[in-house]
Design a protein around this ligand. Structure first.
Ligand code: AMP
Ligand code: GLY
Length: 435
């Protein structure tokens, strides 16, 4: 079969790499893709938001299945568009994508269906928001309602930071209409984890738990980024916690969606804050996480195409999704200065040394090819991913890989996976060999 993957980041490279393992897949097109995806399929110069060109291409080439990576095309209704044209596509439709596209919608949804989350209020008027914050404790969290490329969340530790956040979103409109409303919510302390789940609107099946590293510097310091590294399965989510997540979050979410008349088909992402074994939802996304996909997909044993088809056809219940009993970890290498201003066009070397490895894969994100040279072209440049029997092993392997890759001003965290061992007292019921 012919598959079209839409997007151009590290997540999409991981999707393409996984699809290339499928016996069912004969040809992969990626729109627009990156040099990494080009190793496994054919990159097509069509942007992810150009729905008519994408649908026309899919029709002309006889594409059997389209898979959408990023949130923006989903929130703008690419799935509805493809379906209207009779094309098969994996992902939630526009109505379902509101769970990520509007934080006002998702918070209202969680409240209505009693899904545990932070207390909140919605504001359009900055004065009212300020009056509300004056009554509350710090830190407090301010979120632009709509999609802001992962930047629309401000954790304010002081009144000054809160005022600055409110003004930038509601008065200066730095996120345009995505910031027409804000959610002001209670700060939740704890440890974050990601639970991704496949759902066909009737059945919901969690994937392995993973953990992202949002802050740019070691020990979770500095501003938030798109994600600087990840690992799976996350030891913090043990069997008992996964059960709670399923009963208190995943099942009620699915039931709520059904009651709202929303037929969610695709990947549901629950960003969780966990404290004392209690999970609360920080956010929903409606797609694979990036960089979570880079560690989850290498561990997926079942054919991704089979899962996608079962989801689209509403027969997920029949499928048993299997995982490799291994650990995976990735370290994101970013351009110096990211998530602030950074320079691109720097030459990347050393990738070829890793290309023969079967337990390491470098997933590319912000890269481009020019005159046969691989250059940096974005903030997050690539994710060095390793898998193996233990976390100790994969940390060592991933960082050995990172050492081989060079580009000027490369920046990466040196503590991805460190939390597992720092917190090992918490997991002392498990032998160290297990983590
Ligand atoms: P979101 O896009 O809503 O997940 O927010 C991005 C990041 O901001 C999360 O991954 C958390 O690190 C942080 N965050 C969001 N909401 C809260 C909250 N209520 N309490 C503490 N941290 C939060
Ligand atoms: N890793 C966070 C996200 O994909 O939104």
């Amino acid at each position: 079969m012919k598959v079209l993957v839409i997007g151009s980041g590290g997540r999409e490279h991981a999707l393409v790499w996984k699809l290339a393992c499928s016996q069912k897949v004969k040809k992969i097109y990626i729109a627009p893709g990156n040099p990494g995806t080009g190793d496994w399929g054919e990159n097509i110069p069509i942007e992810a938001l150009d729905f008519s060109a994408l649908a026309k291409f899919a029709r002309e080439k006889g594409v059997d299945l389209a898979i959408v990576g990023p949130e923006e095309p989903l929130a703008r209704g690419i799935v509805d568009y493809f379906q209207e044209k009779g094309l098969r596509i994996f992902g939630p439709d526009k109505k379902a994508a509101q769970l990520e596209g509007s934080k006002v919608f998702s918070k209202g949804f969680m409240k209505k269906y009693q899904i545990p989350t932070a207390e909140y209020e919605v504001f359009t008027d900055p004065e009212e928001a300020i009056a509300y914050i004056k009554e509350k404790d710090f830190p407090i969290v301010i979120k632009a309602e709509g999609l802001a490329a992962g930047k629309g969340v401000i954790v304010a530790w002081t009144m000054e930071e809160a005022l600055e956040g409110i003004n930038s979103i509601l008065v200066d409109k730095v996120y345009g209409s995505a910031g027409a409303r804000i959610v002001v919510e209670e700060f939740l302390a704890g440890e974050e984890a990601t639970i991704l789940a496949f759902t066909d609107g009737k059945t919901i099946v969690p994937m392995l738990a993973s953990q992202d590293h949002k802050q740019v510097f070691d020990n979770d310091q500095g501003p938030n980024t798109g994600g600087m590294g990840a690992y799976a399965p996350a030891p913090i989510v043990d069997e008992a916690l996964m059960k709670r997540v399923f009963q208190e979050i995943l099942q009620p979410t699915l039931k709520g969606l059904q009651e709202e008349g929303i037929d969610f088909k695709g990947v549901l992402y629950c960003g969780l804050m966990i404290k004392d074994g209690v999970p609360k939802v920080l956010e929903y996304n409606v797609r694979f996480g990036d960089p979570e996909a880079q560690v989850i997909l290498p561990l997926l044993k079942t054919d991704l195409v089979e899962i996608a088809e079962a989801v689209i056809e509403g027969r997920l219940e029949e499928l048993e999704i299997e995982w490799y009993d291994q650990k995976a970890l990735c370290v994101v290498m970013a351009s110096g200065g990211y998530p602030g201003e950074y320079v691109t066009g720097k030459e990347i070397t050393g990738l070829e040394e890793l290309s023969a490895r079967e337990d390491i894969q470098v997933f590319q994100a912000g890269t481009k090819l020019e005159d046969g040279k691989l250059l940096t072209a974005g903030g997050r440049v690539l994710a060095v991913t390793a898998w193996g029997a233990s976390f100790r092993e994969v940390i060592e392997k991933a960082y050995a890989g990172v050492e081989k890759i060079k580009f000027p001003d490369a920046h990466f965290r040196r503590d991805i996976g460190g939390k597992i061992f720092k917190d090992r007292e918490k997991y002392k019921q498990k032998s160290l060999r297990e983590v």
